[in-house]
Design a protein around this ligand. Structure first.
Ligand code: 0YR
Ligand code: MG
Length: 361
């Protein structure tokens, strides 16, 4: 599916988009249940069609006739499928795997007649708070940026995240300063660089960044450069959040073991599904690191996992897909409402699938 984003489109430091791409899969089980799984992409370069093709031609046939209840075993079968080893292991293959894994968890929870968070935990978190990202895009002019952030805080959101990474970082500093001033010192303020900076820029602006009392800085550097993140963490003095571009628990291990990440933003729809998300969250929790997922799923899946896992009490809010779901993630007074319907919260409304669907190529 291609679903329109807010306004006339949004921008971060590296991309501008008008639509969110939602490739996905529906699994039909012999018990008559349907499992829905999906991931999220930029609706650019047919990337989402590459993912659905990967499912249709490579992973799909491997699932026929299998027992849908053993999700972990199926996950391993797909992840370790030798013929796909040189085609994937990150990007397309992991996003395809995520679609299937999520659909399998959806089936499992539906068969148990429980929302997934209840299936995954006997002792769920009482509250998952929401912070808002949808008023902080890079293409939003200063006045609207301030107005939007103030509005969101008045609505009760527990924080705001704004995008940075202008060609001239001085513009970023002005925008951060203005938002901090507008929302006051008690509101959580996060900034997201989307990998645009390097150590030189970070050094130059470190002192200024510290003054803003940021809750975190997100993806300050190129995603794979662990060494640079270790150096950054040694002088920055601002907590580092990352994970939306890491594709397996082993990628997270390096960052977590070396103190190069403070907020673990593992995203189930990037990391190969709920199965792998859970492993990363367990490891983070063992190290005392909070998990605040990046919502490539636009919240519905992570609301379930955050309620179930003790590492996560805060979740990003971006409402682009809300109208597509049978039970959209809903925030009241800054807190997510508890989903009630059986499943992983991934069932799409048929009307939405019809309206936004794209052909398979
Ligand atoms: C828009 N969220 C992110 C969106 C997102 C991007 O390009 O996909 O900002 O990946 O960084 O925190
Ligand atoms: Mg981000």
């Amino acid at each position: 599916m291609h679903v329109p984003v807010t306004g006339n489109g949004i921008a971060d430091s590296t991309n501008q988009i008008t639509h969110w791409g939602v490739p996905g899969v529906v699994l039909f089980a012999d018990n008559g249940l349907k499992g829905y799984g999906y991931t999220g992409t930029h609706a650019l370069l047919s990337g989402d069609q590459l993912i659905t093709n990967f499912i249709a031609h490579i992973y799909g046939p491997l699932l026929m006739g299998e027992d849908a209840t053993d999700v972990q075993a199926l996950w391993k079968k797909l992840y370790h499928y030798p013929a796909a080893r040189w085609i994937g292991r990150a990007g397309i293959s992991q996003l395809a795997l995520a679609c299937i894994d999520v659909a399998l968890w959806d089936l499992k929870a539906k068969a148990a007649n429980l929302p997934l968070w209840k299936l995954l935990s006997n002792d769920p978190m009482p509250v998952v708070k929401a912070y808002n990202t949808d008023y902080g895009w890079l293409n939003i002019p200063m006045e609207q940026l301030i107005e939007g952030c103030k509005k969101v805080v008045a609505q009760g959101f527990t924080g705001v995240k704004i995008k940075v990474g202008h060609q001239n970082p001085k513009i970023d500093m002005r925008r951060i300063a203005a938002v901090r001033e507008a929302v006051g010192s008690n509101v959580r303020l996060m900034i997201d660089v989307n990998g645009k900076w390097d150590l030189n820029i970070a050094r130059k602006y470190a002192a200024q960044l510290k003054e803003f009392n940021l809750f975190w800085i997100e993806e300050p550097l190129w995603f794979d450069d662990l060494e640079a993140h270790i150096v950054l963490a040694s002088f920055l003095g601002v907590p580092i959040a990352l994970g939306e571009q890491l594709y397996s628990e082993y990628h997270f291990d390096g960052f977590m073991a070396s103190g190069a990440v403070d907020f673990v933003q593992v995203d189930a729809v990037r990391v190969g599904g709920i199965t792998e998300w859970w492993s990363v969250a367990d490891k983070a929790h063992a190290k005392g690191l909070p998990v605040v997922p990046h919502v490539g799923d636009m919240m519905n899946i992570h609301l379930q996992t955050c309620l179930a896992h003790p590492a996560s009490t805060l979740l990003e809010y971006i409402p682009w897909l809300r109208h597509c779901f049978e039970e959209p993630a809903t925030v009241e007074a800054g807190v997510f409402k508890l989903p009630e319907k059986p499943g992983a919260g991934t069932t799409f409304r048929p009307e939405a699938m019809q309206e936004f669907s794209r052909p398979l190529h």
